[in-house]
Design a protein around this ligand. Structure first.
Ligand code: GN1
Ligand code: MG
Length: 367
């Protein structure tokens, strides 16, 4: 079946194999290899989840825009071998950047970048620093992207207020009776609810700059070079759209600072590692401290709290709704994920002062 799908793209040579790839929670992703005159060449093929992305054409248009923006800027900087640093889409035989199958599902193919790897949790300060530099560089390259060329691929994606409305509704309906199993988690979710207040005010007051941002800066969305460990290429561009850097910084910290994965069952292992946090701040601000505003920089840690809390709410909501959004491997999977997010938030709250000091250390207000 995958062989048939990929045959609709402009790829020459002989199909070798297709294997499921990566750990994304949303789209189906495959690594496909071809024999091209004796050389094995790999591609990543993805089916866009149409439950999550109601308008796949927008996802593709934004992706095309961001790739061409970054490609042009790297060219202007004189960078060689640009396809090692920004993903490149393969055209379909119909001359589109996607193929639509009989099920009306949209598929996209990109060239696989050789000699790179991704991590699910950060092992070293160096990895954190390099990944943060890559996300920072990505943001810097997009600093002059035209806002009006990008549409929302998922409306209100990081709007915590609307996430909370959906959460409250799900809880009220409690369709499959799961609410009674999560009393402790609900108590904690309530405790931290006031986190949402300030972000709503900042955004409504138009105080935070709206930029083209990534919106899914999970640590496994940056490809690191196998030899140098450099953060080589930021991937998963489905949610590139207007947003704030607070969310991107927040999601990077959320997914990098805990020593264990998002679905660790033993929450005593979940903690915000301050040395990893420092490496992230250093890498991110080395690239961005001269372009971000003071308001953005002074709210970075607040952004972390917003994102971790939002993620806890999203996992809890999906658990209450009987797992309609995220891919799961077992029935409590979303609940386990929500618990790690709450534990992480608790650890962040405890270390806020030390985190603030670190941000101050690396922030140079040049604006
Ligand atoms: C999803 O697809 P993936 O795994 O990169 C989700 C993110 C969540 C994340 C939680 C479009 O990302 O927003 O933060 O799972 N993507 C979408 O791990 O909802
Ligand atoms: Mg994603």
């Amino acid at each position: 079946m995958i062989e048939k799908i990929i045959s609709n793209f402009r790829i020459c040579g002989d199909f070798i194999e297709a294997k499921p790839f990566g750990n994304g929670h949303i789209n189906d992703t495959f690594l496909v290899s071809y024999n091209q005159a004796g050389i094995e060449v790999k591609y990543i093929l993805r089916k866009i989840n149409k439950y999550v992305f109601k308008n796949p054409e927008v996802v593709i248009q934004n992706t095309v825009n961001v790739i061409s923006h970054i490609t042009e800027k790297l060219k202007a900087e004189g960078v060689k071998e640009i396809s090692n640093y920004v993903i490149q889409l393969v055209k379909s035989k119909n001359n589109n950047f996607h193929y639509i199958d009989d099920n009306k599902d949209y598929w996209c193919a990109v060239f696989f970048i050789e000699n790179t790897y991704t991590v699910e949790s950060v092992r070293t300060e160096e990895q954190a620093y390099q990944a943060a530099k890559a996300f920072g560089r990505f943001q810097k390259l997009l600093i002059d992207a035209e806002l009006n060329q990008y549409k929302d691929t998922i409306p209100n994606f990081h709007n915590l207020d609307s996430r909370l409305i959906v959460f409250d509704k799900a809880l009220e309906k409690d369709e499959v009776g799961r609410a009674k199993k999560i009393e402790e988690e609900l108590e904690k979710a309530k405790l931290y609810r006031n986190i949402s207040k300030k972000i709503t005010d900042l955004i409504k007051g138009n105080e935070l700059p709206i930029r083209i941002t990534h919106n899914d800066t999970k640590i496994n969305n940056v490809m690191l070079n196998k030899e140098t460990n450099n953060g080589q290429c930021v991937i998963d561009l489905d949610t590139v759209m207007p947003g704030t850097v607070l969310y991107d910084f927040g999601d990077m910290v959320r997914t990098s600072t805990s020593p264990v994965e998002e679905d660790e069952k033993d929450i005593s292992k979940v903690t915000m590692r301050i040395n990893i946090f420092e490496a992230l701040v250093k890498g991110y601000l080395e690239e961005l401290s001269d372009v971000l505003t003071e308001l953005e920089i002074t709210n970075l840690i607040y952004g972390v709290k917003v994102i971790v809390y939002e993620q806890a709410i999203r996992f809890l909501t999906d658990y209450i709704m009987n797992d309609v959004y995220y891919n799961i491997n077992y029935s409590e999977h979303n609940l386990v994920r929500a618990r790690t997010q709450i534990a992480l938030l608790e650890s962040i709250e405890e270390q806020t002062e030390a985190m603030e000091k670190i941000v101050k250390k690396y922030a140079y207000f040049n604006n």
